[in-house]
Design a protein. Structure first.
Length: 264
């Protein structure tokens, strides 16, 4: 079955009075297992805020988020204030989601336990480590014993432990070296292909989105200015802001086969 997470006319507001920030202003988006969605835009454009609203970590001021037609708020959670189990998120800094005093194996087993996943948790943790390209022996190590890229793999394994139907990656590879970044992007791509996971990728880097996503939504000041199939967006951007963003991509980062002038 194909999964679909839909945001409809979502508004998110932080703070009150003079500190009020209207961070997301009426955005609609669909994340489905059929088409991976990329969310682009400069820093401060509201990408992370939208992502948090989409996975149920933030409550929108207005608008709705539904999963396969049911309101997100009604889906089973693992605790008060926690996000629904069907959606998981991978963040830029994996250390923030990993307990430094817990071995990797324990961290994954904890996720399995808390979410009442049946079966042999030890075997399942080993399977998950295998999926993200780590060794069985890595289960008894601590987060600090890994590189940044490996830690991101662990965070992905932990997110997958919950058997989500939707995975949102927010700048998940932005802090990694280019070669490590490529490996993690390949991993996300493979996981999506093999598991049918609905994927949304938030990145200020358009090349990351181009690699992983079927559609790209461009955000500016809390508004989605353009949402189009990736290829069309690169070849014929409609919005001036999208053109500006594409123009800001360093020349060397544009894969061969694309005529830059047509993108400008
Ligand atoms: N917790 C918060 N409290 C108040 N304002 C916030 C908070 N998080 C983000 N903002 C503001 O909301 C806007 C959008 O931020 P964010 O969603 O983080 O953008 P992006 O991920 O595109 O960089 C910015 O103006 C930012 O300063
Ligand atoms: Mg962000």
């Amino acid at each position: 079955m194909s999964s679909e997470l839909r945001a409809d006319d979502v508004h998110v507001v932080y703070g009150h009075g003079a500190n009020r920030v209207h961070a997301v202003r009426g955005v609609s988006a669909t994340i489905s297992s059929d088409r991976a969605l990329g969310i682009a835009g400069e820093s401060g454009s509201g990408k992370s805020t939208l992502a948090r609203a989409i996975i149920g970590l933030l409550e929108p001021a207005s608008g709705s988020v539904t999963f396969n037609g049911a309101p997100l708020a009604e889906l089973p959670k693992r605790g008060e204030g926690s996000r629904p189990r069907v959606v998981q998120m991978v963040f830029q800094d994996p250390m923030s989601s990993l307990n430094p005093r817990m071995t990797v194996g324990d961290a994954i087993r904890e996720a399995l336990q808390v979410n009442d996943i049946p079966g042999d948790h030890r075997a399942e943790a080993r399977r998950l480590l295998g999926i993200v390209g780590l060794e069985v022996a890595d289960a008894s190590k601590y987060p600090f014993q890994f590189s940044g890229g490996q830690r991101q793999r662990i965070a992905i394994a932990r997110a997958l432990a919950v058997r989500p139907e939707v995975l949102v990656a927010d700048e998940a590879t932005s802090a990694l070296d280019v070669s490590v970044q490529a490996a993690v992007l390949n991993l996300l791509r493979d996981i999506r292909k093999e598991s049918g996971l609905a994927l949304a990728v938030v990145s200020h880097n358009l090349d990351v989105l181009r690699y992983l996503c079927d559609d790209i939504m461009v955000m500016r000041r809390g508004v989605a200015v353009e949402t189009r199939p990736t290829k069309a967006l690169f070849e014929d951007p409609h919005d001036p802001y999208t053109k500006m963003l594409l123009g800001a991509v360093p020349r060397f980062a544009v894969p061969p086969g694309i005529d830059r002038r047509s993108a400008l």
